[in-house]
Design a protein around this ligand. Structure first.
Ligand code: PLP
Length: 396
């Protein structure tokens, strides 16, 4: 089939939740993808910050093939060795003592919300079960995660939402200070807002929020679904500010494309008891084998450090070659989670996205004025240069 034949068939029978590019990929390797018609693309989207180790990394392929041939799923009614090994690895890499496995970032956040409420009920029964979230956040689209996603366009059609959420401006410690009272059991934030436009908060923000949560006896939940596992140049973005949360949500890069999410927590916050929460597929053999191999590759190939270095290079190249252009505003982000912010009166992000696509570069247009660049962490210097050349040509 051709790209357009697949697009026509899609239009007939797939529910209209997405507006995909009329492009069907059939093969990937590292930072490169090939569509059904054989055209090659340089991938600076990485499956929305998922393919950290690149497409079809031989170590992931081998781990998945081996595990699929051996055993895929038995359920959490029995012990799952790869799950136990993955939990050990995540607790070694992070502040966390315990892990719950699910299938997506949204589910990891649902688990985090339930965990915070369970903790409050057990720890401080007189305390309210409210949760403070940030305006412009993104935590997912199921009804709990959506209640934490403080963006009207996502929430409005689906009201009434889960009650108990208060929204404050992102980056404003004083706003948290004013809202964090006895009715609140947790503050839930992305350390860097991803879907909201790659927004890095002021330096004092996370340390200030951490201090307030500790002083007032509330939990800090960090959603590191997009920022975690090396993407920002640290294993977890909260390390940039020298703070640790009580609960953290992970997903995206964890399974290199196999669906897996994790809600990880300190021993004190890990209040779930048998029967409180569950997921049939959560932490099954196959997803955990992929995740274990992913963590090994990130570590052995030095991809956390590489994300910091390549991210700095990419930013420098963008500033160098586009800085003088009248449409250029700034480059935001950390490591390899970057957004190029442009004057939309000059070129709309969607126009840049289409022009780049026509030249074989995948970018992600975000909102009114920016384009996200989130290539696999294995991206080479040469590929960074090529991407910037294409973007410059699209702007010219
Ligand atoms: N949290 C953050 C910070 C995200 O960026 C996303 C997805 O973009 C989600 C949660 C939802 O993750 P998923 O689509 O895996 O459910």
């Amino acid at each position: 089939m051709t790209n357009s034949e697949i697009a026509d068939a899609y239009a007939q029978c797939v529910m209209r939740t997405y507006r995909p590019q009329p492009l069907a990929f059939v093969r990937g390797q590292g930072c490169r993808l090939w569509d059904v018609e054989g055209h090659e693309y340089l991938d600076f989207v990485a499956g929305i910050a998922v393919m950290a180790v690149g497409h079809s990394h031989p170590r992931i392929v081998e781990a998945v093939q081996r595990q699929a041939a051996q055993l895929v799923h038995t359920s959490n009614l029995y012990l799952i060795e790869p799950q136990v090994r993955l939990a050990e690895r995540l607790t070694q890499l992070s502040f966390a003592d315990r892990c719950f496995f699910c299938n997506s970032g949204t589910e990891a956040n649902e688990a985090a919300i339930k965990l915070a409420r369970k903790w409050a009920g057990r720890q401080q029964p007189e305390r309210g079960r409210g949760i403070i979230a940030a305006c412009n956040s993104f935590h997912g689209r199921t009804l709990g995660a959506l209640a934490a996603t403080a963006q009207e366009k996502y929430q409005k059609p689906f009201q009434p939402l889960l009650p108990g959420f208060t929204y404050v401006p992102f980056g404003d410690v004083a706003a948290i200070e004013a809202a964090l009272n006895e009715d609140v059991c947790a503050v839930m934030l992305e350390p860097i807002q991803g879907e909201g436009g790659v927004i890095v908060p002021p330096e004092n923000y996370l340390p200030g929020v951490r201090r307030l949560c500790t002083e007032r006896g509330a939990l800090l939940i960090l959603d590191e679904v997009q920022t975690g596992l090396g993407r920002t140049g640290k294993w977890f973005a909260h390390e940039h500010w020298g703070v640790t949360p009580d609960i953290m949500a992970l997903a995206k890069a964890l399974g290199s494309g196999l669906p897996i999410g994790a809600c990880v927590a300190t021993e004190a916050a890990a209040a779930f008891e048998p029967g409180d929460h569950a997921a049939t597929f959560g932490g099954n053999h196959l997803a955990c084998a992929a995740a274990l191999a992913t963590l090994e590759v990130i570590e052995e190939e030095g991809l956390v450090e590489q994300a910091a270095q390549r991210g700095a290079l990419l930013r420098e190249l963008l500033e160098e070659s586009l800085g003088a252009h009248p449409a250029f505003r700034e480059v935001r982000g950390r490591g390899l989670l970057l957004a190029l912010v442009l004057d939309p009166s000059y070129r709309k992000p969607a126009e840049i996205q289409s022009a780049a696509l026509a030249q074989g570069l995948l970018l992600n247009a975000m909102g009114e004025d920016r384009v996200r660049l989130a290539p696999p962490l294995v991206v080479s210097e040469e590929q960074c240069r090529r991407a910037v050349q294409v973007i410059a040509a699209c702007l010219a």
